[in-house]
Design a protein around this ligand. Structure first.
Ligand code: CA2
Length: 143
């Protein structure tokens, strides 16, 4: 049976490919979404994509995933390091969450080393660039 996955992108990720290419590469968010959607289709996974710069909207999207999606892939951007509320939302829904970061957050500034959500995520992938989302899709498809 096909699986349904919600891919959530957090704040500023809509700017991908337009600034800081040395950190985040030249791939745009649209490119990532197109590639992930095509890859997911090949794995019998239906992908819904959502981006928001607002913490509350991300929390609402996590709540709405309950009973609707089999898994969530999330790059919460800077909220990763600040948001107890997003962590609580993840804890509150019985949907497995795959945390993805484009960069290796552990090789960057100290304030990026801690993630509030890693302890409640099913898996954490970081440092693989856009390939990290593909790895998460493959892992979910193989579950
Ligand atoms: O490496 C990641 O994927 C991050 O989640 C990206 C966040 C950052 O705050 C995390 O520490 C690590 C930032 C996303 C902002 O992306 C931009 C892209 C282009 C220009 C400006 C920001």
């Amino acid at each position: 049976m096909s699986k349904s996955v919600l891919l959530i992108h957090g704040p500023n990720l809509n700017l991908l490919g337009t600034r800081e290419p040395e950190v985040y590469g030249k791939t745009t968010l649209k490119d990532i979404e197109t590639d992930c959607t095509a890859h997911a289709k090949g794995r019998d996974v239906e992908l819904a994509v959502f981006q928001s710069n607002h913490e509350g909207e991300i929390i609402d999207a996590i709540h709405d995933a309950r009973g609707k999606h089999d898994a969530i892939i999330i790059n919460a951007g800077a909220y990763t390091h600040t948001s107890v509320a997003i962590r609580d939302a993840i804890s509150g829904v019985e949907v497995p969450v795959y945390e993805v970061h484009l960069s290796n957050i552990h090789a960057r500034e100290e304030f990026r080393h801690h993630s509030h959500m890693s302890a409640v995520a099913k898996a954490v992938i970081c440092g693989l660039g856009p390939q990290g989302y593909i790895a998460a899709i493959d892992a979910i498809a193989a579950e």
